[in-house]
Write a protein that binds this ligand. Structure first.
Ligand SMILES: CC(C)(COP(=O)(O)OP(=O)(O)OC[C@H]1O[C@@H](n2cnc3c(N)ncnc32)[C@H](O)[C@@H]1OP(=O)(O)O)[C@@H](O)C(=O)NCCC(=O)NCCS
Length: 212
């Protein structure tokens, strides 16, 4: 991407969308925090990657990518919050998930990818990331998401099917290309409303800034 965000120690970079920060209740009942990634999350992202199983890494990167290089960490933590966005999920101070979109050059479509730490899978976090990424992407003129998934990755394929967007999938050998419009059609809005009812966090229950 062209311009580097201006960085001031302790401050989020220019363009950081504070409105995308929120607390959410997940399937286990635990309250987690979701927010856009920042350049100072480099160590957090590295620790997150080290906490993943080889299988989860393989499903995400299609190879056994035990460590992220410095270049990758820099690329993944520095986004412009418009054409490239990553949202992370924190349980306390530990990162337990990341979802991202990257706009496909000069189109209104973006590639999406998700990675949830093994012990936090199947609690609605991947779906939460999909909902929040879709909301942010729409506000920047992106109209469809696509993703490449291994054809035996039933968790990812099932998650895409259940989100509520109309999914088209094309099998190409061991890989499935999934494509879906992120227009908030009625079926999606109904599914989203059911999910949001479960995600609600009561006053004073939040992970940030609440008095105890
Ligand atoms: C794929 C992945 C992102 C899904 O995230 P998640 O947080 O576990 O998914 P959710 O909890 O939101 O699950 C959504 C739906 O998928 C289904 N699902 C979740 N895990 C499943 C599994 N292992 N097998 C079948 N279905 C599964 C659930 O039934 C759920 O539907 P429900 O809420 O109506 O019951 C996560 O498993 C992961 O990070 N996997 C490793 C990395 C990867 O595969 N990334 C994809 C490459 S883009």
């Amino acid at each position: 991407m062209g311009s580097e965000a201006k960085l001031v120690a302790g401050e989020p970079p220019d363009g950081y969308p504070r409105e995308a920060e929120r607390d959410v209740r997940i399937g286990s009942g635990e309250i987690v925090h979701i927010r856009p990634i920042r350049p100072d999350d480099a160590a957090t992202l590295t620790a997150f990657h080290a906490s993943l199983s080889a299988e989860s890494i393989y499903f995400r990167f299609f190879n056994f990518h035990a460590e992220l290089s410095e270049r990758e960490v820099r690329h993944f933590t520095r986004v412009d919050y418009k054409d490239r966005l990553a949202l992370i999920v924190l349980a306390g101070d530990r990162m337990v998930a990341v979802g991202r979109y990257d706009r496909l050059s000069r189109t209104d479509e973006a590639e999406v990818a998700f990675l949830v730490r093994d012990d936090y899978q199947d609690q609605g976090i991947g779906t939460l990331l999909a909902d929040e990424l879709a909301r942010a992407a729409r506000s920047h003129g992106i109209r469809a998401f696509q993703a490449e998934t291994l054809s035996h990755n039933s968790a990812m394929l099932e998650m895409f099917r259940r989100v509520g967007f109309p999914i088209e999938s094309r099998y190409e050998g061991s890989v499935v290309r999934v494509h879906f419009s992120i227009e908030p059609v009625p079926a999606y809005l109904e599914a989203l409303a059911r999910r949001e009812a479960v995600r609600q966090v009561g006053i004073g229950e939040g992970t940030r800034g609440s008095s105890c």
